[in-house]
Design a protein around this ligand. Structure first.
Ligand SMILES: [Fe+2]
Length: 177
């Protein structure tokens, strides 16, 4: 039971066919990919919210708000990714256990890094997700011939790139931290 891979949870609906011009196997693969990204996004959302709660230092107020702005955007992305899997006729993962098990973003329970380390950790995670999403966008277009999901991934890339830029800007001139 706990050993089931994500691919087995991301089954296709059989009762009402999803007839949207994407091959069934392609939709199945895309649902699997979307569920993997859902896990990444959910863990990054949680990590950002953790830092919103636990950040300390002279820039507490601004960083507390900044992390809130970022986790709110991630919350929206989480919802969009899960619902995209459903639009393609698949199931979305929806438990913390699955999110943690399949995420490629690591958590560090019990650790409370300083503000600058929090920001650089988040930046690294966004950059990881951006690179994976770019690869997924290519796969959606070239292997699975679904330009709509390609567009969906690219839109997510842009949202992450904006968040990554803001995190990076906090690190530049970091004497102020
Ligand atoms: Fe709060």
């Amino acid at each position: 039971m706990a050993s089931k891979s994500s691919t087995e949870t991301a089954i296709m609906e059989k009762d009402v066919r999803t007839d949207i011009g994407v091959k069934d196997d392609a939709r199945k693969k895309l649902v699997e990919i979307l569920n993997m990204r859902l896990c990444d996004e959910y863990v990054l959302y949680t990590k950002t919210r953790n830092f919103h709660w636990n950040v300390i230092g002279p820039r507490f107020s601004r960083l507390h708000e900044f992390f809130e702005e970022q986790y709110e955007i991630l919350d929206e992305i989480v919802d969009e990714v899960a619902e995209r899997a459903r639009q393609l006729g698949g199931k979305s993962l929806g438990t913390l256990e699955e999110f943690a098990r399949h995420s490629s973003i690591n958590e560090h329970p019990g650790q409370y890094p300083d503000a600058q380390t929090m920001i650089s950790n988040l930046l690294k995670d966004h950059e990881t997700i951006i690179k994976t999403l770019r690869k997924n966008a290519d796969e959606a277009e070239e292997q699975y011939e679904d330009m709509a999901t390609n567009d969906f991934f690219l839109e997510a890339v842009q949202k992450h790139e904006k968040m990554a830029w803001m995190l990076r800007a906090h690190l530049e001139g970091s004497d102020a931290l």
